[in-house]
Design a protein around this ligand. Structure first.
Ligand SMILES: [Zn+2]
Length: 303
């Protein structure tokens, strides 16, 4: 018989154990789609889990609105507490030049459609390490972020001197905050209830009431190729241009612009500034070839 010496589990090991035990016993199954409330859910795919070796995760397709959702999934209280207290290594807080280039590009794209004389108070919902906020601040926006992770919220406030609210968007202590534009990049796919999140965000919007949501594209090459292979367990939803636009329109927004094409900043990662016409040409060409890589939808609250 082999004896093992007792030792304290690391935070990652503990979190992984909790996740595994919960996955096998407490997974909750949703009987209806949180985006459109339809109960017409069909099997979409079953893939090996990225985080828990040997386990599989299942996705369903809502025939009502078209969204693809992880079902069953981890219960809400556990998901939130794991993310809120996680301490992230320094390399996950470092801003990558290619991402900064992309954010700057997105901001120029917003500026084209944003009324020139409108107030410019911008809110980044799920600001992470602050990359988008930093570019927005440079471009003259009055910025604030929200981040559930305590470590990241403190990091962004201390490093870039940008106010970040640590908590949830429906917290009472956040209720008085007002913004003219909300942006959210790579966040909605992780949310337990993306529709409710957009309802909560809408309550903070003043004129002109812009919102930009960027998520992985359900119809992207990469996602299609990954079918049957490992899959990011933390992605609870996959949107297409149609399903995301539908949700935004159903909640009173008018879609102004949809972008699904190549993120040119990936190809030009070594350059600090890519001419806008070159960026546009690449995007246009990829769109004509029906190559989808990401998904960004810019919308405006209807009067
Ligand atoms: Zn639905």
């Amino acid at each position: 018989m082999t004896e093992t010496s007792p030792r304290a589990l690391s935070e990652d090991e503990l979190s992984s154990l909790v996740t595994q035990s919960v996955q096998s016993t407490l997974l909750e199954y949703l009987n209806a789609c949180p985006v459109c409330f339809s109960s017409e859910l069909r099997h979409y795919c079953r893939r090996p889990s990225l985080f828990n070796k040997g386990e599989h995760i299942v996705y369903e397709h809502c025939t009502g609105c078209g969204v693809v959702m992880r079902n069953p999934r981890m219960p809400p209280n556990l998901r939130l507490s794991i993310y809120e207290d996680k301490i992230l290594p320094d390399d996950q807080k470092r801003l990558l030049p290619r991402n900064q280039l992309h954010y700057a590009y997105m901001l120029r794209w917003i500026e084209r459609l944003y009324p020139a004389d409108a107030p410019r108070r911008l809110f980044d919902f799920g600001c992470g390490a602050g990359g988008f906020l930093l570019e927005a601040q440079k471009a003259g926006w009055d910025c604030m972020g929200l981040e559930l992770n305590k470590d990241l919220a403190r990091f962004v406030t201390e490093t870039y001197d940008i106010p970040v609210y640590q908590g949830l968007v429906d917290d009472e202590s956040f209720a008085h905050e007002r913004f003219n534009i909300v942006i959210s990049a790579q966040v909605f796919e992780h949310l337990l209830d993306p529709r409710q999140a957009l309802v909560d965000l809408r309550a903070h919007l003043d004129d002109p009431g812009f919102v930009l949501i960027e998520v992985p594209n359900q119809l992207a090459f990469k996602e299609r190729l990954k079918r049957g292979r490992t899959m990011d367990d933390s992605h609870l939803f996959y949107f297409s241009a149609a399903s995301l636009s539908w949700m935004m329109e159903d909640l009173g927004f008018e879609v102004l612009h949809v972008q699904e094409g190549l993120r040119p900043y990936r190809a030009f990662a070594g350059l600090t500034k890519v001419p806008q016409p070159l960026m546009e040409a690449c995007i246009g060409w990829m769109a004509r070839m029906q190559v989808r890589t990401g998904l960004s939808v810019l919308a405006r609250l209807k009067p």
